[in-house]
Write a protein that binds this ligand. Structure first.
Ligand SMILES: Cc1cc2nc3c(=O)[nH]c(=O)nc-3n(C[C@H](O)[C@H](O)[C@H](O)COP(=O)(O)O)c2cc1C
Length: 584
């Protein structure tokens, strides 16, 4: 056969196979509009990018106007509209990666691939380089993902191997005392259901179904004073109760596994290490709230965790621990996975619902609250991965048992994500109330250098002065310093770090991640960023610091969602706790 015809046929066959993959995905999602982001992800994985033809094809397949398909696709950072190149790398320049040499790694990647700072692709089309704000691997910084493979603890001299996928792979680092949520992590294979059942997994669900009414489950959770571990700290028992009491037959349980807060990686460790515990927590929550369907919303970069999760769900359906008549009771609960595609704002609960519904991730105005009208307009109880991971032990041993740790307002055990200038970074499970010094000296191998500042709660968190290293890590103690405990990120900076540069980096993060809906956030984050740039160039004007603080406070009080409300936290807390600049 003529070579040209043969090649053309191969290309055509290949193209048809690729189209079939998209058709299969659309069919799996019943050609419903809400499947849009999943279909776009599948198309990008299959073709490497989203061409006009493919967007058109999806628009027709899902009966969605092309303008809307395009509008959704352009909202999410992971979608590209040009061929990506054979090798695609995401290089983390979050705070922990930057201080560990992430910028130098990025520079070396640019040199070796020929992708300049103003471009994303090399001229020969071989490389795609994407600088990202955090990959959730802060304990193994600097980190990258190359063609889906996570590689960590990099130095510039590792870049050649890294581009071939041959550098150090990531692993789980967890310690602390007592180990409840993390008891099985590193000890049992994460997706071996038999091993987990032998070790007591799903015993709490069995107890709840055999001997407790849904109301008793809610009472036990209320008794424990468990508050959400995703950042806002809302009482979990009340959330479940509101959902149970809300009118509406179809209710949802949502597990927020977006974890895009720079400095936070505990949810990844929980899901990669023991997905069964999280799903058991979700199922108990479904029983309590009266929900039959659940979604796990996974951060797009967490591909390894997705694989583990998919395999865990298969095991659970196989064992009859998900689906109908769970454990021989009239409990029905189905769980599906949905993905983010690179938008930090989609961790916010209502933006997350929009994403699961196949839309741009613009947060909704509240009220109505999710427990009244959440996902698909139905009563929804949404919790963080860690919140669900607490539940099985709490149901087995009781709320009072859980309250033996922590304080009245910060009850129980908590996972902290320790990174930056400490000798042994990783996830630490401890009671609320330890101090940063205790956390670092007892579990983090000690400080690396003289501590200069500690960023608590990530980009939405605040700076703690070294004089406050002995303040207990509780909501109420940190609130005195205007520092939110957030999702539990603890990033230590030693004296070698220029904190103004860190603050500028965080400000740039919010400029990129603001959804654009509220003018104060859209314009204010940008103005703050420009002031910080001026400060770092050394040509700032008198009054700039007060102006930046005023802008931050305006954004905080005028935006509809938590992103705007927290975007200026690092700057404000730095000015207050380090520069002694307070509001009039
Ligand atoms: C910008 C933004 C990002 C957020 N990202 C996350 C996230 O990645 N994971 C999470 O659990 N909660 C996140 N939250 C908080 C959620 O809106 C919500 O409060 C949480 O999922 C509720 O679960 P919890 O009560 O168990 O904490 C975010 C909030 C905001 C404003």
């Amino acid at each position: 056969m003529d070579m040209q015809i043969k090649e053309k046929r191969i290309t055509q066959d290949d193209q048809e196979k690729k189209i079939t993959a998209i058709d299969r995905k659309m069919a799996k999602l019943n050609f419903r509009e809400e499947g849009l982001i999943e279909v776009l992800i599948c198309a990008q994985d299959t073709f490497g990018f989203l061409s006009k033809e493919i967007l058109n094809y999806i628009s027709k397949g899902l009966h969605i106007p092309l303008s809307r398909v395009y509008g959704v696709a352009t909202f999410y950072d992971q979608f590209t509209f040009e061929p990506k190149g054979a090798t695609s790398s995401m290089i983390c320049t979050g705070p922990s990666c930057t201080i560990a040499g992430g910028a130098e790694v990025l520079e070396e990647v640019r040199i070796q691939t020929g992708v300049s700072a103003s471009e994303k692709y090399s001229l020969d089309g071989r490389y795609h380089v994407h600088q990202v704000s955090c990959l959730g691997l802060c304990d193994q910084a600097p980190a990258t993902i190359v063609d889906g493979k996570t590689q960590v603890n990099l130095k510039p001299q590792d870049v050649e191997a890294m581009l071939k996928g041959q550098a150090e792979e990531s692993h789980i680092q967890v310690c602390g005392e007592p180990r409840e949520m993390t008891a099985h992590i590193g000890k049992l294979p994460p997706t071996d259901i038999s091993a987990h059942l032998s070790a007591g997994a799903f015993g709490a669900l069995e107890k709840a179904l055999n001997s407790m009414t849904p109301e008793q489950v809610i009472d036990e959770v209320k008794e424990s004073r468990l508050t959400g571990r995703g950042g806002a700290g809302f009482p979990t028992g009340s959330k479940w109760e509101f959902t149970r009491k809300a009118k509406g037959k179809d209710k949802y349980i949502v597990c927020n596994f977006d974890e895009s807060e720079p400095g936070t990686f505990k949810d990844r460790v929980l899901m990669e290490g023991d997905p069964f515990r999280v799903i058991e927590g979700m199922t108990i929550s479904a029983y309590a709230a009266g929900a039959e369907n659940g979604y796990i919303f996974v951060r797009g970069e967490y591909m390894q965790a997705t694989e583990i999760l998919e395999s865990a769900l298969d095991e659970l359906y196989g064992e009859g621990l998900l689906g109908e008549d769970i454990l021989g009771h009239k409990l029905k609960f189905n769980v599906d996975i949905r993905h983010n595609a690179g938008a930090y704002i989609c961790g916010e609960e209502t933006a997350l619902f929009e994403a699961v519904e196949g839309k741009r991730g613009n947060p909704r105005r509240k009220p109505p609250y999710p427990t009244q009208a959440g996902l698909f307009g139905a009563p929804t109880s949404i919790n963080n991965v860690e919140t669900f991971a607490v539940v099985p032990s709490l149901i087995l041993h009781g709320g009072e048992w859980f309250r033996q740790w922590g304080t009245d307002l910060s009850s129980g055990l908590k996972l902290f994500c320790l990174s930056g200038h400490v000798n042994s970074p990783g996830v630490v499970e401890v009671p609320y109330g330890l101090t940063v010094r205790e956390l670092v000296e007892q579990y983090g191998g000690g400080f690396n250098g003289i501590p200069h500042a500690v960023l608590i709660g990530g980009a939405a968190g605040g700076f703690l002065h070294p004089d406050n290293l002995d303040v207990p890590l509780t909501h109420e103690d940190l609130r005195e310093l205007n520092v939110p405990i957030g999702s539990g990120a603890v990033i230590v900076f030693n004296e070698s770090v220029d904190l103004w540069k860190v603050i500028e980096g965080l400000a740039s993060f919010f400029v990129n991640e603001c959804c654009g809906q509220c003018a104060p956030c859209r314009l204010g984050t940008r103005q703050i960023f420009h002031i910080l740039q001026r400060i770092n160039y050394g040509n700032f004007c008198s009054g700039d610091l007060h102006k930046a603080k005023g802008l931050g406070e305006t954004i905080k009080t005028t935006c509809i969602c938590g992103l705007g409300m927290t975007a200026a936290n690092p700057l404000i807390t730095y000015l207050e706790n380090f520069e002694n600049i307070h509001s009039n």
